[in-house]
Design a protein around this ligand. Structure first.
Ligand SMILES: CC(C)(COP(=O)(O)OP(=O)(O)OC[C@H]1O[C@@H](n2cnc3c(N)ncnc32)[C@H](O)[C@@H]1OP(=O)(O)O)[C@@H](O)C(=O)NCCC(=O)NCCS
Length: 248
């Protein structure tokens, strides 16, 4: 069973809903999430070859539908989605209030959804233990200053710093709705001990009016959220554990 709470979120607030797959073991909760999915989503889920991908798909859709329904005051199955001109998922305007903005991310056992009452948002989560070609990827896609910074680090420090920059970049390109079609070297993040110090637009087509926050989920995942920012207005970001509020 899932609770059906009602939530509100202000124009300058962002609620960051999260869950780790390893924490959702209750069979009734999993069945309740399954019941929220549309026929198309069931088809999409069943096309995934690996069980862990099917589970993550179910948890992502179940979280997104239950959470958005709690702000919209409807049933999770009745949340209707569309895409904007860049492909970013939005609420279908014929059915829902357009003030609610959201963005979803899922990665290897973790799901997070950012919900805002009036600002564009982008979010990304990655598993930090994953091994990738850190320096090759940084040289190829990141800004030169970011690649040089990563090159200066010890092998031990490199993975966390790489994923800190990667999640910040992905949160930004998802916030603006462009995804990875946007040049990742058109903006840069200065880090100190993996914490963000400064966001630097490097091209005139990159808006500086974005606010960023980094976060951790459990021991193995790191993430970042990007929120469109109006100068002079504070953005309040609140972390919310989906399981604590929705699982009966
Ligand atoms: C969007 C994108 C950055 C997601 O990266 P990822 O690390 O694989 O995935 P994440 O888990 O962080 O995010 C996935 C979610 O982002 C959302 N999303 C999809 N497109 C998006 C976009 N353009 N902007 C913001 N969010 C998007 C969806 O909810 C998606 O969930 P789903 O895959 O379950 O449908 C990447 O898939 C991408 O760039 N896609 C191509 C976009 C593109 O090239 N568009 C060109 C349009 S012409």
């Amino acid at each position: 069973m899932l609770h059906r709470p009602l939530h509100t979120v202000g124009a300058h607030e962002v609620h960051l809903w999260h869950l780790l797959a390893e924490h959702v073991t209750d069979a009734a909760a999993i069945q309740a999430m399954r019941d929220l999915l549309t026929t198309d989503e069931h088809v999409r889920m069943n096309c995934l070859r690996h069980e862990k991908d099917r589970v993550l798909f179910l948890l992502s859709r179940g979280l997104m539908r239950s959470v958005l329904a709690s702000y919209l005051g409807c049933h999770g199955r009745d949340v209707c989605f569309a895409s904007d001109s860049q492909g970013k998922p939005i609420l279908r305007k014929e059915n829902h209030d357009q003030r609610l903005h959201f963005n979803l991310t899922h990665s290897r056992g973790a799901v997070a959804l950012a919900v805002s009452g009036g600002r564009e948002v982008g979010i990304d989560v990655e598993e930090r233990r994953r091994t990738v070609e850190y320096l090759d990827l940084a040289k190829r896609f990141f800004a030169p200053a970011e690649a040089s910074y990563l090159q200066s680090l010890s092998a031990e420090a490199l993975p966390d710093a790489f994923f800190a920059i990667w999640t910040l970049k992905e949160a930004f390109v998802k916030g603006i709705g462009r995804g990875l079609s946007f040049p990742l070297d058109a903006f840069a993040f200065d880090l100190e001990a993996n914490r963000l110090q400064r966001f630097q637009p490097l091209a005139d087509f990159v808006s500086p009016d974005w606010h960023f926050q980094q976060f951790e989920l459990g021991d193995h995942h790191c993430g970042a959220i990007a929120v469109q920012h109006s100068p002079g207005c504070e953005v309040i970001i609140e972390m919310r554990d989906w399981r604590e509020i929705f699982v009966v």
